[in-house]
Design a protein around this ligand. Structure first.
Ligand SMILES: [Zn+2]
Length: 491
């Protein structure tokens, strides 16, 4: 208690120990306490406070009360014959109570009912750790920033995904074009090769014929022209067999002809005979055979002995050394000539057959080239269409990429604008929530829930926290708190 009443009825503070005065509430005797350790104050002689609402006064109380004019401090209020001493009573009749120790909900309600318009300032230093505070600005800014950052990230992610996808498609298309073009080149090369061979179709067929149906289409082997010429090739092979036999036969005939002509000539009765060995006659006995004595050969009187049968020939067996045997060759030579003429005919007919096969082969080969080339042309045209399609889809993809890039630029620009908005929103949050703190109790001081009057917590930090509702505080300076009670009041 700072203020007592002296015998003149004035409000005074103690100026010396043992100074006597009266309690403004109960009119009991009070005594000055002016030590060196304690603040100077009044104490009831009976050492008890007469106001049951009054708690033990601490330095915290005195410091708070000292913020206000002395005339406002420790004022007695009386209602319905009940008196209480208010810590502060302003000229406007507003009470401020400084509460240090725990207080029950009932007492809070009683005091509020008694004092009417009042404010609570609670020494909350002791339960600062019991109360969790979080700056509303901080938490709202964190939420706002997180939303903004995640929007930005979502945007970037989504476009990056789009771009990656398009890039991959472009690369795939380029690969496809590269493969396609190289294929096209290969097929174009095949076409050129085929055209060149088409120009040489006659000599190609001629080669086939001179090879007698053995497949010689080296250059166009892969095109399988051979398969179309199977019948003709077989015909050629058959002709070849006949040709070989014919050739052998003709050689044999010509050899016989030569052999006869090369025999030594013997003139018998003015006719040309050909000398022949006795043994050869044993094998084959021609008509008009004679035996001539060797001794008479060079004489003018040649003695020929006709031999008309094998039996007659045998008669010369043991005297053959003395004779030259000869035969008249005309008949044999005519026979050979006739056979040779027949062979010539066969030869001619074989040549005719070859010509027919050649004509067939040429027709087939020409057709075949025509069909193959038109197939290939069709295929090349198709490939060209496909190439154009691929190029077009690449162009489309590149357009899409450019469009997406423009969209990204636009989105980034929009985001820049949003950044401005975002900064403005941050500013608004900071303004609107300045000094606001959300809070919760670790162990709730439930009694303060009962307080209806404005309630301020003093955590000993040089600030007050005004309770806005059950989970919201507003920080305010002590100066602002004091100033709100009087415009004229100056500290
Ligand atoms: Zn008293």
């Amino acid at each position: 208690m700072q203020i007592a009443i002296n015998s003149e009825g004035n409000r005074i503070t103690p100026s010396a120990s043992s100074q006597r005065a009266f309690c403004p509430l109960c009119n009991g005797n009070v005594i000055g306490k002016c030590g060196e350790i304690y603040n100077w104050h009044w104490q009831h002689v009976k050492d008890r406070d007469c106001d049951p609402w009054q708690e033990h006064e601490t330095a915290w109380h005195r410091e708070w009360k000292a913020q206000f004019p002395i005339d406002w401090q420790e004022r007695i209020l009386q209602r319905d014959g009940i008196k209480h001493r208010a810590d502060i009573l302003t000229p406007q009749g507003v009470v401020i109570e400084f509460q240090n120790s725990p207080i029950s909900g009932n007492e809070i309600r009683e005091r509020e009912a008694f004092y009417g318009e009042m404010f609570w300032v609670v020494n909350a230093e002791g339960f600062r750790d019991n109360l969790h505070l979080r700056s509303v600005v901080k938490s709202k800014l964190a939420a706002l920033d997180e939303r903004f950052a995640s929007r930005q990230k979502d945007l970037e992610d989504s476009y990056r995904q789009d771009l990656d996808e398009i890039d991959k498609k472009i690369k795939d298309t380029e690969d496809a074009i590269r493969i396609h073009v190289s294929n096209q080149k290969y097929q174009t090369g095949r076409e050129a090769g085929l055209r060149k061979e088409q120009e040489n179709v006659e000599s190609l067929v001629e080669e086939q014929i001179t090879a007698w149906g053995k497949k010689v289409f080296n250059g166009i082997r892969s095109w399988r022209l051979d398969e179309c010429l199977d019948v003709q090739n077989k015909a050629l092979q058959a002709i070849k067999n006949e040709w070989d036999k014919l050739k052998a036969e003709m050689e044999r005939l010509e050899a016989s002809q030569n052999a006869i002509e090369n025999l030594k000539t013997v003139v018998v009765d003015g006719k040309l005979y050909k000398a022949i060995s006795f043994e050869a006659l044993l094998h084959h006995l021609p008509r008009l055979v004679v035996a001539v004595e060797k001794d008479s050969l060079n004489s003018l009187f040649l003695q020929p002995h006709p031999i008309q049968s094998v039996k007659e020939l045998h008669a010369y067996q043991y005297k053959k050394e003395r004779y030259v045997f000869a035969f008249e060759p005309t008949e044999k030579l005519n026979e050979i000539a006739k056979e040779l003429a027949e062979a010539e005919n066969v030869y001619t007919s074989l040549n005719k057959r070859i010509a027919a096969v050649r004509a067939e082969m040429l027709a087939i080969a020409k057709d075949w080239f025509k069909v193959k080339l038109s197939e290939l042309e069709r295929r090349l045209a198709q490939m060209e269409r496909k190439r154009i399609e691929l190029e077009a889809s690449k162009v489309t993809l590149e357009k899409r990429k450019a469009q997406t890039q423009r969209q990204i630029e636009a989105a980034l620009k929009e985001l820049e604008n949003e950044q401005g908005e975002h900064l403005r929103a941050r500013g608004a949050i900071m303004r609107e929530n300045k000094g606001l703190y959300s809070f919760y109790w670790v162990r709730e001081r439930a009694s303060w829930k009962q307080a209806k009057a404005p309630l301020f917590f003093d955590f000993g930090e040089g600030f007050l926290y005004e309770r806005i509702d059950h989970n919201l505080l507003r920080k305010c300076s002590i100066e602002d708190f004091i100033c709100r009670f009087s415009q004229e009041f100056k500290i």
